[in-house]
Design a protein around this ligand. Structure first.
Ligand SMILES: [Zn+2]
Length: 226
């Protein structure tokens, strides 16, 4: 199968201009190259094609399956660890692209319940710590361009509260848990990095996402100093 035939990629203005080269005749749209996403924020690029417009059809495989393009030769600049809480996914993605200039494909996402909070408790949460540590070590080798690691905790993280309650129960503590668990623990995460993960050479950035109003309709994300 010829990947160059994967044609339309909505959102890329380059689709207006056919690229030079061979043109397989059966496709309704001209072939195009897929530019590397690294360092190219897609902000301000309006989608060219919308559902309902029947003039452009998605590329299809021989068996009729819709085809999706592959990011060619990605050079991710960062690893991003955040929670899988669905309320925050849109905000995280927009934050990364708009404020940190990391579009999709420009970073390696590790989306896991509790986010990076578990890194702050290597003794109490050894399995979770090992899970993340092994992946960070692995990515260090196979994606040497990713020097930054971006850790985002968030307000109201139920998974993390559950984890921490279990951890505290295990060590027999009856400490009252503060509400802002995720934020408080970012300091522990930074400390943990210095102790256990400094050999990886990442520059670590910590962020905390919180609701900006009592109705919980919006989220703001602040940088937290380690
Ligand atoms: Zn969460």
């Amino acid at each position: 199968m010829d990947l160059k035939r994967f044609a339309s990629q909505p959102g890329h203005a380059a689709a207006q201009q056919p690229t030079h080269g061979t043109t397989p005749p059966p496709l309704p749209t001209p072939p195009m190259r897929f530019p590397e996403t690294e360092g190219q924020p897609a902000s301000g690029v309006a989608p060219q094609f919308h559902e309902g417009q029947v003039t452009v059809s998605s590329p299809k495989s021989e068996s009729g399956k819709r085809l999706y393009p592959v990011s060619q030769d990605p050079k991710p600049a960062a690893i991003v660890v955040h929670c899988s809480d669905p309320r925050f996914q849109g905000a995280f993605e927009e934050f990364l692209e708009q404020e940190l200039h990391l579009p999709k494909g420009g970073y390696i996402p590790i989306v896991v319940g509790g986010g990076a909070g578990v890194l702050g408790h290597p003794e109490q949460l050894p399995k979770e710590f090992k899970f993340l540590k092994e992946r960070l070590e692995h990515y260090r080798q196979i994606f040497p361009t990713a020097h930054r690691i971006i850790l985002i905790n968030h307000e109201g993280c139920r998974y993390y509260q559950n984890l921490k309650s279990r951890a505290l129960a295990m060590i027999g503590s009856r400490l009252h848990l503060p509400l802002d668990l995720g934020r408080d623990d970012l300091g522990l995460v930074a400390e943990s990095f210095r102790h256990f993960l400094s050999h990886l050479g990442y520059s670590v950035e910590l962020y905390y996402a919180k609701f900006s109003n009592p109705e919980h309709t919006h989220i703001e994300i602040e940088k937290v100093s380690a």
